[in-house]
Ligand binder design. Sequence first.
Ligand code: MRU
Length: 356
Amino acid sequence: MSLRACDSIKPIIWKDEQLYLLDQRILPQEQAYIAFNNVQAVAQAITDMVVRGAPAIGITAAYGIVIAARKRFDERADSWKTAIEEDLSLLAQSRPTAVNLFWAIELMRAAIKDMDVSDPAGALLTIARQVHEDDIAANVKMGQFGADLIKEPCAVLTHCNAGALATGGYGTALGVIRHAFAEHKVKLVYADETRPWLQGARLTAWEMVQEDIPVSLLVEGAAAHMIKTSQTTDNPIRWIIVGSDRIAANGDVANKIGTYALAVMAKYHGVQFMVVAPTSTIDMNISSGDQIPIEERSDSEVLACSGQPVAAPGALARNPAFDVTPAVLVDAIVTEKGVVLKPGLEKMKALMTNVD
Ligand code: MRU
C-alpha cells in the first residue's frame, strides 16, 4: 500500500500492550490520545464518542476484548471464558446502531470459544490486529470501486464523517472521495456540518484540508439549495456519498441523522446516491431497516452547542443519532466485495454469498 497523506490519521493505535484512542471530541483544535487499560473505560469511550464511526467502533471493541481477556485470564485461568462474557455484554451495550460493533464482538466470542492456548490475550490480539488491517485494505478497495462509478469531473456532497477517523484508516465515503480526487473526478467536496457533534465541520473538513482536497462546509439546511443551484455551475453536485452504520438485508441503510433527507433531495434533483461500507456493516439477520435500533442520545447535545447552552430554557429536544434511508433511494452500495446497483434482497444475498 502506498504512503498516503491520510495514513498519518490514526484514530486507533495498539502500542506497548495498550490501546490508544485519538480523542475525537476535541479535534481539530487539539490532537490528544487517551490510553486504555480496562474494558469498562473502553466501553465508556465508545458511548462518549471518544471514538466513533461504525468500523472504528468495531475495531476498538476487538482491542477492548484483548484487554478484558488479559485481566480475566490473569485472575482465573480456569474460568476466564465464562467471566469475559460480562465484558462482551458491556461492550455490546455501548452503542446500539452500528452493527460492526456486534460483528466484532461475535468474531472474538467465536475465537474465545475454540481457544485452548496459554496466552489467550496474545492470540486475540492477533485477531484484533487482523480486523484493523482488513478494514483499511477494504477501504482502499472500496475507494477504487466507488471512484469508478463517477464518470465525469464534478462536486460531491458528504455527511457526517466517514473518513480515516471513522474507520481503521483511509475511510469509506472519504476513501472514494480521496480516490476520485486523485483521478481528477472530484473537484470540490461539500460537507454537511452535522449537528449536534459537528463531525462534518470538525472531522471531515480536517481530513480534507490536510490533503488539499477543496472542502466547503454547509449547514444541513443549505443542502437542498446547493444541490439545486449547483447544477447550472461549473461544479454541479452529481453524487451524494455517505457511509453507513448498518445495512439491512433488503438494502435499507442506517446512517447519521440527516442522511435520509439527503437521499430524498437527491432523488428529486436527479443526483446519484452512493453508500460506501464494508460487508461487516451488512446485517443479513434483519430483513428491513425498520428493525434497525436507532440510538437516541441525550437532549443536552441539542440544547447546547459545544457545551454552551443555546436553546430557550425549558425547551424540549429530541436527538435521534441515525435515520434509515430506504433502499429504493440508493443508487449504489459499494463494498470491498463489489458494488450493488439499485440494491434489493436478491442482490444483497448474492453479494454476501460471493466468496473472495
Ligand atoms: O455518531 P457517529 O459519529 O458514530 O456516526 C457515524 C456515522 O454515521 C458514519 O457516517 C458511519 O458510521 C459510517 S463511518 C465509516
